[in-house]
Design a binder for this molecule. Structure first.
Ligand code: APR
Length: 375
């Protein structure tokens, strides 16, 4: 049963004509008595019902003014709907009654004025709420202002303010490491990178970066002699020293390692020439050969010459990896493990970056390539 709003608009502004739309933006559905029904207006009892519903919808509208919550809004609309539903019930009820002491004109005037009160309340309420929401001035917070100021700085202003800032063109592009050899899994699984104290390694032999006297010193040399104990020095004394690039073996004594292979690296303070490069290569090669000759299967190298002897670690790493790689190509069956034992974080990074160049992983089999020959 719909209230024919079109006929009513000539007499009473409908919610839609006030621009009154639900806060959800849609025209409010109105159900209620038809125009004809209103013409046979209510009796006294029904009129009381109408007035009560209208006052309820007004108080709901008022509470919405105070709260401007969508829920209250719906509640006010709901009451308005109840009011019109009650009105239609009343009109039906009255239209069936035979006598009424009201003139038809005054009854329908009262009904409409009550209806108008509640619709007007709704319209006021909604418009007030919309106005309140629409007039809120845009508040600029302090951080928004600061953000805009910084973003509008010129590059010169920014650089003048940020002392020591790093421009992008001072940051080199990442250089992907290119393998220098073909991948070979049988060789790859023979090496390890370990960061820590070489004197702790429980393996066949550790290499000592010694000096020509072989009687101990600082750095790794000192650490090895301290841990091995005094008998190491006694045996070293029998070896008549060691030349740069050469290697000599002793027992490990109190060390967890069984043997110590002593070598003397090149002194490279003045820079690296082929002489230093070849001497360093000899250190690695001779230590490996000494291990194989003594049937040792596992050996660990410190970063020879890169400490006291000043060999630049970035150049030493290439010599170390290249020499070990070439040796294992030939003698991978003679050794189970060659460990690069680094002590410093910087050396660890260097080896992590360069090991893949000398010990590249084999590329994964392309999908489907394992198809067996039909022959
Ligand atoms: N475990 C592993 N590596 C170590 C340890 C340790 N306990 N102690 C030091 N190192 C590292 C250093 O960080 C460096 O990277 O060993 C590398 C070699 O440094 P040095 O021991 O100074 O050896 P080197 O540069 O070859 O100089 C040899 O120094 O100790 C004296 O008697 C030695 O005269 C010889 C000279």
């Amino acid at each position: 049963m719909a209230l024919h709003v079109s006929k009513l608009t000539t007499r009473l502004p409908t919610p839609g004509s006030f621009g009154l739309r639900s806060v959800l933006g849609t025209r409010l559905p109105f159900t209620g008595p038809t125009f004809t029904d209103i013409r046979c207006a209510a009796g006294r009892r029904t009129l009381h019902l109408l007035v009560r519903q209208a006052s309820d919808s007004w108080s709901a509208a008022k509470s919405l003014l105070l709260n401007s919550e969508l829920g209250y809004y719906r509640c006010a609309v709901g009451r308005l709907g109840k009011f019109t539903a009650a009105g239609s019930k009343a009109f039906h009820h009255t239209s069936s009654s035979t006598t009424s002491n009201w003139t038809s004109r005054s009854r329908y005037q009262v009904a409409f004025s009550v209806l108008g009160v509640s619709v007007g309340a709704m319209a006021t309420l909604h418009t007030t709420t919309m106005l309140a929401m629409s007039e809120t001035p845009e508040i600029v917070t302090d951080w928004q202002k600061a953000k805009d100021d910084f973003l509008n700085e010129t590059l010169e202003e920014r650089r003048a303010r940020c002392k020591g800032s790093v421009p992008l063109d001072e940051i080199p592009v990442w250089e992907a490491v290119k393998p220098v050899v073909e991948p070979k899994e049988v060789v790859n699984k023979k090496i390890s990178l370990f960061q820590g104290d070489i004197t702790k390694l429980e393996i066949d032999a550790i290499v000592n970066a010694a000096n020509k006297s072989l009687l101990g010193g600082g750095g790794v040399d000192g650490a090895i002699h301290r841990t091995a104990g005094p008998m190491l020095k006694k045996e070293c004394a029998t070896l008549n020293g060691c030349e740069t690039g050469e290697a000599k073996i002793t027992g490990g004594y109190a060390l967890p390692a069984k043997y110590v292979i002593h070598t003397v690296g090149p002194i490279a303070f003045g820079g690296v020439t082929d002489k230093e490069r070849n001497a360093l290569r000899d250190c690695y090669l001779n230590c490996l050969q000494t291990a194989v000759e003594n049937k040792l299967r596992t050996v660990a190298f410190p970063c020879i010459s890169t400490g006291v002897y000043g060999y630049p670690p970035k150049e030493a790493v290439d010599v170390a990896l290249d020499t070990v790689r070439k040796f294992l190509e030939q003698y991978h069956d003679k050794l189970d493990r060659v460990i690069f034992c680094v002590f410093l974080e910087t050396d660890k990074e260097l080896y992590r970056l360069n090991i893949p160049r000398y010990f590249p992983a084999e590329s994964p089999e392309p999908a489907g390539s394992a198809v067996k020959s039909k022959l």
